[in-house]
Design a protein around this ligand. Structure first.
Ligand code: GDP
Length: 623
């Protein structure tokens, strides 16, 4: 599926040519009809002699509507540059070619139209002018066809040239992450809200849930239209209209992107490779205000030059764009910079969700080089950023490659020892991919935090897992996997919910030891009716319990372990003899008070030794 976009100066005959080729009048707005000028985008489609259908976006040539032109060329495969024979190359011919060149669009056909208005000599001059204009751009060497929409002369040749050029255009990639940058929003009676755009990177089908980014609104696609008919599935590279009932017209606007939910995160700071248009008279300066165009979005921002103070016509630089509002872009997308009057430059987005960089910082510049040109492995590693880790979900949304390819690359990096996957059993959105540096840093943080915790709470077995997890800011599954790794390496000890450095031994010191000894001695003196445990420091009490020096059966009742075992044995023996026993019988048998007997029996219930039946206990049957 291909989409052709027109380009060229206002009034050079673009709309007339499209109408002559397709029978469809792309100038659909009444305002345009009245003024005979394309203000916004017009749409049509053409059936080629081979039977293939192509979408056509007719863009405005008027300089006041360049932003509409940019929205129109988002996602086109081939440019149809229209030059009127009676005027030749004009300001917007030049600007449109500069834009197509910055977008690195390398497939084009030139139509020198209005042939009926000029003589052969003028035609030749215009042809030379066009060839000169295209030389050195991505469109250099594009076929040129002379024609007239008025007489129909040259139109069959033009269609042939389009067909031949499209045959050499690589088909639209389908990486399973469909994006539809919205170029129009309107409502239709009985249908509700409809958005249109040129679909890229994947397909969408009726019934599917989609998200609109930025904003995060959700909707289900009720119907899809393409080339004037309803279709079940929209394919990449095609003009597509989606009916999204339930979304308010006012909530949507050109520049937003319709996509599958939960992966595309809007950003307002991007790193880019920047090239300045070759005929610009003034340099671009660090920190200047610019208008950023990507897809169909247009946002004001500031240009941060990372490796110089100014860039002149035709030069390239590394730059960062800090935008006033978020845009939904992915790595590898092309962008254009303008000011209110001129196209200034453009290029490729190298990193989305960038950090603020120091300028003239060599490691940053080297990283951008690697991101822009590196092999897939390199790109994945660079995406892990200075901290050396990323979730699988983030990686998939940023890496600009198909998920299956990303899986392969991750597999290779793991095999080569460059990456650890946490947890290792399969890749899910919250799976964490980490470099060995990241593992090292996490361990530094954990060792420090655990050490501090042990000093603060020397009697505790360790730090609660959750507390350590929040220090490391890791998703739960990845964190558990990391703990297992550390346990296996003998770095930590895990006991229930507690994590401890493996060197940590809870120890009593000074006054605490004296208190503990006194308490334990008191337990031995009065084994079945010991002094209340409530008087003891709770930390100390927990420690004695964890170390199994006491058995705590109620908040303030603890027994020496031997005493506890004797009592349990006696109760069990009695139950085996007589089948059931009351609280009072236990109290008398042990020569203790009701309080202790009750605490003991309730604890035995909790330990599944006994069951309470009315006022009595019976042995729990062990099956
Ligand atoms: P656009 O702004 O590039 O879309 O230009 P239009 O298609 O609106 O055409 C501008 C004017 O040129 C209109 O008045 C057309 O009738 C006229 N025009 C377009 N193509 C031809 C042509 O092949 N021959 C002649 N004589 N006039 C043309």
């Amino acid at each position: 599926m291909y989409t052709i976009g027109t380009a060229g100066h206002v009034d050079h005959g673009k709309s007339t040519l499209i109408k002559a080729l397709t029978g469809i009048d792309p100038d659909r707005l009444p305002e345009e009809k009245a003024r005979e000028m394309t203000i916004d985008l017009g749409f049509a489609w053409l059936r080629l002699p081979s039977g293939k259908e192509v979408s056509i976006v007719d863009v405005p040539g008027h300089e006041g509507f360049i932003h509409n032109m940019l929205a129109g060329v988002a996602g086109i495969d081939l440019a149809l540059l229209v030059v009127a024979a009676d005027e030749g190359v004009m300001a917007q011919t030049r600007e449109h070619v500069a834009i197509l060149d910055l977008l690195e669009l390398s497939h084009g056909v030139v139509a020198i139209t209005k042939k009926d208005l000029v003589d052969e000599e003028t035609l030749e001059l215009v042809r030379l002018e066009v060839e000169e204009l295209l030389a050195g751009t991505s469109l250099a060497g594009s076929p040129v066809v002379v024609c007239s929409a008025a007489t129909g002369e040259g139109l069959p040749e033009l269609v042939d040239a389009l067909e031949r050029e499209l045959a050499q255009t690589p088909p639209r990639r389908d990486i399973g992450r469909p994006r539809l940058p919205i170029d129009r929003v309107f409502t239709l009676p009985g249908l509700g809200t409809v958005v249109t755009g040129t679909l890229t990177d994947g397909s969408l089908k009726v019934g599917e849930e989609v998200e609109v980014v930025p904003g995060g609104l959700r909707a289900r696609i009720r119907s899809i239209h393409s080339h004037g008919r309803a279709v079940e599935r929209a394919m990449p590279g095609r003009r597509t209209a989606l009916n999204l009932p339930g979304l308010e017209l006012e909530a949507l606007e050109r520049g937003m992107v319709v996509t599958r939910p939960n992966w595309l995160v809007p950003t307002n700071i991007v790193d880019v490779r920047l090239r300045v248009v070759s005929y610009l008279r003034r340099p671009l300066r660090h920190n200047m205000g610019v208008i950023f165009h990507a897809g169909t979005a247009r946002v004001s921002g500031r240009l941060i030059l990372l490796d110089r103070d100014e860039v002149r016509a035709g030069e390239e630089a590394w730059a960062q764009l800090r935008l006033e509002s978020p845009v939904a872009v992915v790595r590898g997308d092309r962008y254009i910079l303008r000011d209110p009057n001129d196209t200034l430059g453009g290029g490729t987005i190298v990193d989305v969700h960038a950090l603020r960089h120091r300028r003239f910082h060599l490691p940053t510049l080297l990283r951008l080089e690697r991101l822009a040109s590196g092999a897939p492995e390199q790109r994945v590693l660079e995406l892990m950023g200075p901290h050396g880790h990323i979730t699988w979900g983030e990686l998939v949304s940023q890496v600009a490659m198909a998920e299956t390819e990303a899986r392969q690359v991750v597999g290779e990096l793991v095999a080569q020892g460059h990456m650890v996957v946490l947890p290792p059993q399969g890749l899910e959105a919250d799976t964490v991919l980490a470099s060995s540096q990241a593992l090292g840093r996490w361990w530094e943080v954990a060792e420090e935090a655990l050490g501090h915790y042990h000093r603060q709470w020397p009697l505790r077995r360790g730090m609660p897992r959750e507390e350590l997890r929040s220090r490391l800011r890791l998703p739960p599954k990845a964190f558990s996997a990391l703990l297992s790794l550390w346990e296996r390496d003998g770095k930590v000890r895990l006991a229930g919910e507690a994590v401890a450095l493996s060197s940590h031994r809870p120890q009593l010191a000074g006054e605490q030891r004296r208190q503990a000894d006194l308490f334990l001695e008191a337990l031995r003196q009065r084994p079945y009716a010991p002094p209340s445990a409530g008087a003891l420091d709770p930390e100390l009490l927990s420690y004695l319990e964890e170390e199994r020096l006491i058995v705590r059966v109620a908040p303030d009742v603890a027994f020496a372990p031997e005493a506890y075992q004797e009592m349990v044995d006696k109760v069990v023996a009695a139950l085996q003899r007589q089948g059931r026993i009351t609280l009072a019988q236990v109290r008398d048998m042990l020569g203790t008070s009701r309080k202790y007997a009750q605490a003991l029996l309730e604890h035995m219930d909790r330990c599944h030794i006994t069951i309470r039946v009315g006022d009595e206990r019976v042995l729990r049957r062990r099956d």
